[in-house]
Ligand binder design. Structure first.
Ligand SMILES: *Cc1c(COP(=O)(O)O)cnc(C)c1O
Length: 354
């Protein structure tokens, strides 16, 4: 490119300054970096799925509102009867739709930090201001600071990952209730790890006009489908639906997710196994010297090493194990790493390498 000036004159400076979301190469490695479910389906179930896909009319556009899948999800996720769901190409797209809807000049997105990085990234994409409120030292909400900052900045949206990524903890329920009452704007409770936490604000949707609950099938074993779910009052969802690009949920995803939900017992059984593995991995990590570990309600574990985390991360990768190095963020995450709970064999390989 000869004319770099054209780029800098056209592209907004806050976008030019960004780094694209980085996904490291995992070829040949034991992949414990992205909270994927390590299990696939039994062979017979795979066959049944492929048979079903044979009849999906891919020459036609998908059902634009994914009516049948939405009905299935409402039931499966126990969405209250008077509420509805809006589907996104991953919950990332739903975060984008919400923020597109509220992004007026000067509008603020607020979240406790550290948290899921996409809240801030997408706020930047749509030209909103992101305000982070540091978590308390135990990674709980600093309620006084949250209340004061909400008071000061009047955020259009507050995001609460429940449980939080990358810390793995569930925030105090009463603290969230307080924030729901005191927030002038929307409060999105992001329950991406619901299968592993088994705690939810879904049944409180009718109690707060400003509450939305977000889920995803990604962490439960269907990351490749890209399906996020936003549950809430139909009046809110109707607004965000206007911003949704037509046919955002493709036919193969609609059919496959519908199929998977019919066999939800398989996914649930895998989640149960992963919760048991999480307890074992937590115990084994805690028994190592030079490792500080935090309890988790998700399918990953945050830990800190006495040795520099960068070196630990590199040495693990050299031994064929890919986890997530969070150390670059500094602050409370200095020398912290995050490992996804894998199969017993993968976890053993990780522990041996560590
Ligand atoms: C992984 C994750 C998501 C993203 O989910 P997708 O549906 O795959 O886009 C959302 N929120 C949190 C807190 C996550 O950790």
């Amino acid at each position: 490119m000869k004319d770099k000036d054209l780029i800098t004159s056209l592209i907004r400076p806050e976008i030019h300054a960004l780094q694209a979301y980085h996904v490291p190469d995992s070829a040949g490695l034991i992949k414990l970096d992205a909270m994927e479910n390590p299990y696939s389906w039994p062979e017979a179930l795979k066959q049944e799925w492929l048979e079903m896909l044979r009849d999906v009319p891919i020459n036609r556009y998908p059902d634009p509102s994914a009516r049948s899948l939405r009905a299935q999800l409402k039931q499966s996720l126990e969405v209250p009867a008077d509420m509805d769901v809006l589907l996104g190409n991953g919950s990332d797209e739903l975060i984008q739709l919400i923020l597109l809807g509220v992004a007026r000049p000067g509008a603020v997105v607020l979240a406790p930090t550290p948290t899921f990085v996409m809240y801030k990234m997408i706020a930047t994409f749509v030209g909103m201001r992101f305000v982070g409120v540091p978590l308390a030292t135990d990674f709980g909400l600093d309620l006084a600071a949250m209340r004061a900052t909400i008071q000061q900045h009047q955020p259009a949206v507050v995001f609460l990952a429940y449980p939080n990524n990358p810390t793995g903890n569930l925030f105090d329920e009463q603290a969230i209730e307080t924030l729901l009452r005191e927030s002038p704007g929307l409060v999105v409770v992001d329950e991406a790890y619901h299968a592993f936490a088994q705690r939810s604000f879904m049944d409180r949707l009718g109690q707060h006009d400003n509450l939305l609950v977000m889920r995803t099938l990604s962490k439960q074993g269907l990351a490749g489908l890209r399906l996020g779910i936003l549950a809430g009052d139909p009046a809110w969802l109707a607004e965000f639906d206007k911003l949704r690009l037509p046919y955002n949920i493709n036919s193969l995803t609609q059919a496959s997710a519908g199929f998977a939900l019919k066999h939800k017992d398989v996914l649930d059984e895998q989640a149960t196994r992963l919760r048991a593995e999480r307890a074992r991995l937590l115990q084994d990590l805690a028994a190592l010297s030079g490792v500080q570990v935090w309890p988790s309600a998700a399918n990953f574990i945050l830990f800190r090493t006495a040795k520099p985390a960068d070196a630990v991360f590199t040495a693990l990768r050299q031994q064929g194990v890919l986890i997530k190095n969070l150390s670059g963020a500094g602050g409370v995450l200095a020398n912290c790493l995050r490992v996804t709970v894998g199969t017993p064999e993968e976890n053993a390989a990780f522990l041996a390498a560590l």
